[in-house]
Design a protein around this ligand. Structure first.
Ligand SMILES: *Cc1c(COP(=O)(O)O)cnc(C)c1O
Length: 370
């Protein structure tokens, strides 16, 4: 789905020397590379604070821990997302309340979240799915008038810009109280192992996040709160510092490939191209098409037979996962989400696509429909 090998080959010299320098420095944990990268990422995103951690799931967990919520408090998240978003809510004894999504943009909206708010609701976790922003203006307004925290799961949308009605432009992950992201290798800004980060403009929250990620201590061996151990290591940080300089190029390449897909697939009867969310740029973490549920699995088999990977993100709604079954009635269903899980499929999208590869993928899809 991603071509990490050619991406590496194109920046091999800088990556190799970044890794080797870190190894030679032997400062594997909290080395200067970590400080340098978090500073670069703060500048890039415009976030006042960036707190690195071990992965995107930890980032979500630590963000929720910093809000001092109580067992049974409700946190609203989409029901169409990666499991990590809801998993950490449950893990902390909070109750995930799974929202419907707009089937055109795949994202939650303030209209869909509003009816789910109760006296126990404490936070909303919007996910900027596939690489474009949710309607943050509406969600932030709703959260403010109901006194709710907003934690943006920005694992799929690093580099996305959202424009408010007054013209101000902000990066996804920096608009809520806390934003989180993942540096998993296949993410848009991926390292060569695991990594993650949290974003906030609030000084107190920043201190708390940092403390929780470091065993609840500000001063070594004096533990104020129960925390965890979640670090981005120096080698990963040195790799990310190199790759961050290329992130905008990578997003542009993904957009170029997406536009070409759009051009062809918009004329194919039986395919629906991804809609652009209003006021948001897109970084195409995934290029996701919709089709008739009867055809979807046949298309994927046809592509696989011809050596083309295609994936379903996500085949099962969160409320239908066994792990979450105790939160909902056995027959609970959200029609939009049911239908999405049966009709979406994602095509390869690369940062260094050879146009001939894309032509081959396009040709095989056209063959299927002809
Ligand atoms: C990848 C991802 C995560 C988790 O990130 P990890 O680094 O794998 O823990 C969380 N939420 C979403 C939406 C993701 O895509």
């Amino acid at each position: 789905m991603v071509d990490l090998k050619s991406q590496y080959e194109n920046i091999k010299d800088s990556i190799d020397s970044a890794i080797l320098d870190t190894v030679r420095s032997t400062q594997f944990i909290n080395g200067p590379q970590v400080k340098s990268f978090t500073k670069s990422l703060a500048e890039y995103t415009g976030s006042k604070h960036v707190i690195p951690c071990a992965n995107g799931t930890d980032a979500l967990q630590i963000a929720l821990m910093a809000l001092d919520l109580k067992a049974g408090d409700e946190v609203i998240c989409p029901s169409f997302t990666y499991v990590a978003t809801a998993e950490v809510i449950s893990l902390l004894g909070l109750t995930p309340v799974m929202a419907d999504v707009d089937p055109k943009t795949f994202n939650i909206t303030s209209e869909l979240v509003k009816p789910l708010i109760t006296s126990r609701t404490k936070a909303i976790v919007p996910v900027h799915l596939y690489g474009q922003s949710c309607d943050m203006e509406g969600i932030l307004k709703l959260a403010k008038s109901n006194n709710l925290f907003v934690i943006e799961d920005n694992a799929q949308a690093i580099g996305v810009k959202y424009t408010f009605q007054n013209g101000s432009v902000h990066n996804t992950g920096t608009m809520g109280h806390i934003g989180t992201t993942s540096f998993f290798p296949s993410k848009n800004l991926g390292c060569y192992g695991d990594g993650g980060a949290m974003f906030t403009n609030d000084d107190d929250l920043a201190m708390k996040l940092k403390m929780i990620a470091n065993h609840g201590q500000e001063v070594k061996y004096y533990h104020k709160v129960i925390g965890c151990n979640s670090r981005l290591d120096s080698i990963q940080a040195s790799i990310l510092d190199v790759k961050l300089k290329h992130l905008d190029e990578y997003s542009a390449a993904r957009n170029q490939m997406a536009l070409r897909y759009d051009e062809v697939f918009s004329t194919v009867e039986g395919l629906e191209i991804p809609k652009r969310q209003e006021n948001s740029t897109h970084v195409f973490h995934q290029y996701t098409l919709k089709t008739n549920p009867e055809l979807r699995d046949k298309i994927i088999s046809h592509l696989k037979e011809n050596g083309i990977p295609a994936m379903i993100y996500y085949p099962v709604p969160l409320y239908k996962q066994e792990a979450f079954s105790h939160y909902v009635d056995p027959d609970f269903e959200i029609p939009n989400v049911e239908r999405l899980c049966k009709s979406v499929f994602s095509l390869p999208i690369h940062t260094e696509i050879e146009s001939s590869n894309q032509d081959y993928i396009i040709k095989e899809i056209q063959n299927f429909f002809n």
